[in-house]
Design a protein around this ligand. Sequence first.
Ligand SMILES: NC(=O)c1ccc[n+]([C@@H]2O[C@H](COP(=O)([O-])OP(=O)(O)OC[C@H]3O[C@@H](n4cnc5c(N)ncnc54)[C@H](OP(=O)(O)O)[C@@H]3O)[C@@H](O)[C@H]2O)c1
Length: 299
Amino acid sequence: MGQVVTVFGGTGFLGRRVVRHLRDKGFSVRVASRQPRALSGHDPEIRPTAADIRERQSIATAVEGAFGVVNAVSLYVERGTDTFQAVHVAAAERLAEEARKAGIERFIQVSGIGADAASSSPYIRARGQGEQAVHAVFASACVVRPAVMFGPDDAFLNTLAQLLRRLPIYPLFGRGTTRLQPADVEDVGEMIGKLMQRTAAEAITVECGGPRVYTYEELVRTIARAANVDRTLVSVPFAAWHALARVAEVLPGAPVTRNQVELMEIDTVASADVPGFADFGISPRPLEEVLQSILQVPT
Ligand SMILES: NC(=O)c1ccc[n+]([C@@H]2O[C@H](COP(=O)([O-])OP(=O)(O)OC[C@H]3O[C@@H](n4cnc5c(N)ncnc54)[C@H](OP(=O)(O)O)[C@@H]3O)[C@@H](O)[C@H]2O)c1
């Protein structure tokens, strides 16, 4: 049996990749989520575990005896007591505290490019405060900040491609000039696997951006071209998006959320001053390859 790593949010979009990459590197993995699901395959070294990061005792049980912990829990829309503050700050801190108490050697906090404790956006601010709270109790924690991530089952390219096919006119976020650097979710999973393997236990923050920076308009045009559709793109002011997202958030599946709109108001591009894929020998995959497989699926 390899060293044990507990992945909170291990059933999620990123978490599932993290579990696989850790396993490929010889770790035994506990896949922690509120609703543990049976995982495909019968690898006895990958075990589902029921845990809720809002409950201290369930965290303590899930991390007991482990070597490493990854926090890949998400919250994109606030509901009742599940606020950004509660999940991205207080629960991240609780997880780091329990990990420290249990003698965990490696702690990886998944955040996002743009995280900023001084932001006026409640979501972006909570991500920044979450990083600080984790570091305050687990000084050697690693922070992984992905750009927007794509993959065959993503919410990002799939939604864009569907809307482009269905709408005669495509509404841009503002003038479409915000810059993004989409990253393959597999590459981010590999990065987390490599961070877990580091021999040094010092704190490090990494930013994971893909091979190309697009403006939002360039990205939409790239997808339209690949889908072979010709659409008129129109600018829609951010104020209108905020009003729309406030209403859309209460719909099932939340087609657009306020945190998405707030993230689209800032560039989410990896900083040249922060380590990234290249420093870990990862050559990030371009989105065009995944785009083709997404577009082949009939909508
Ligand atoms: N997706 C992106 O493009 C993107 C970009 C940048 C950063 N990120 C960051 O990457 C991380 C993972 O995001 P994702 O998109 O992979 O999320 P996701 O697909 O929504 O998965 C979230 C996971 O968290 C678990 N979870 C939620 N609340 C929990 C709780 N209270 N206790 C324990 N587990 C809980 C969920 O399982 P249960 O519901 O069963 O508990 C699920 O496994 C997040 O920090 C996110 O902000 C994502």
